[in-house]
Design a protein around this ligand. Structure first.
Ligand code: SF4
Ligand code: SF4
Ligand code: FES
Length: 240
């Protein structure tokens, strides 16, 4: 690895900038350096005013997603060496309004989560606690989908989210699927009605951009296809 990186950094301060601009910076490298280390170096030693978000540093909180060399990635889990180049362009996550520099407004993203009611609602006829065994088919079916950390990488990669403000997007649809697949949930049919819309599952063009970038190896496209199947089953009266 070279002893320095050539960084092209997106900057935008709405209080002083008329439009966004790029800054060219050099950052020294060290072993096992991640993109989060790069932006922290810039903030610590080159420009204190740089804004970005992070919290856990271990790929759990989902707050550090950035657009790095043309792809949404978690800054804390992206090793500089994995990019295999000295030239790195760092930008905010696409498809969300920019607040400042690398910080985007996640409100439109979570508004879409709210629409699918992202929490479990227990059926009245079920006496809690209900045990779902970890190795049961029912649990294994949605196993990987439950690992979503709401980082927004898939949302930033989705061309339909880019072109249609209303589209619920891959993370909310993935979450909806995990709940609709749960027979204990009292509002599965209601949830299915929310996603069975032109701005819901039917907007997805099955191009897998979302699935290619998910840091948790979730395949939201598969969840969306499963939702489409259930929408059809509901229309012919098989899904209850
Ligand atoms: S597969 Fe669907 S949800 Fe995923 S990126 Fe493509 S259009 Fe978006
Ligand atoms: S599905 Fe993957 S990429 Fe999308 S928000 Fe969840 S963890 Fe992030
Ligand atoms: S800082 Fe929490 S996921 Fe990167």
């Amino acid at each position: 690895m070279s002893d320095h990186l050539n960084i092209r950094l997106f900057r935008f301060n709405p209080e002083i900038d008329v439009e966004p601009r790029f800054e060219e910076l050099q950052v020294p490298t060290f072993e096992n350096m991640a993109i989060l280390d790069v932006v922290m170096h810039i903030q610590n030693y080159l420009d204190r005013s740089l804004s970005f978000r992070f919290s856990c540093r271990v790929g759990m909180c989902g707050s550090c997603a950035l657009y790095v060399n043309g792809r949404p990635r978690l800054a804390c889990r992206t090793q500089v060496s994995a990019l295999k180049t000295q030239n790195i362009t760092i930008m905010p996550l696409p498809n969300l309004p920019i607040i400042r520099d690398l910080v985007v407004d996640m409100e439109p993203f979570f508004e879409k989560w709210k629409k699918i009611k992202p929490y479990y609602v227990s059926r009245k006829d079920i006496v809690d606690p209900v045990v779902v065994h970890p190795d049961s088919n029912e649990r294994e079916f949605i196993d990987e989908m439950l690992d979503c950390i709401a980082c927004g990488c898939c949302y930033g990669a989705c061309s339909m989210a880019a072109t249609n403000e209303e589209f619920l997007g891959p993370p909310a649809l993935n979450r909806a699927y995990t709940l609709i697949a749960d027979k204990r949930d009292a509002i599965r049919v209601e949830r299915l009605k929310v996603v069975d819309k032109s701005y819901g599952v039917w907007r997805c063009h099955t191009q897998f951009n979302c699935s290619e970038v998910c840091p948790k190896n979730i395949v939201p496209t598969r969840s969306i296809q499963n939702l489409k199947k259930r929408c059809v089953l509901k229309k012919i009266g098989v899904f209850k």
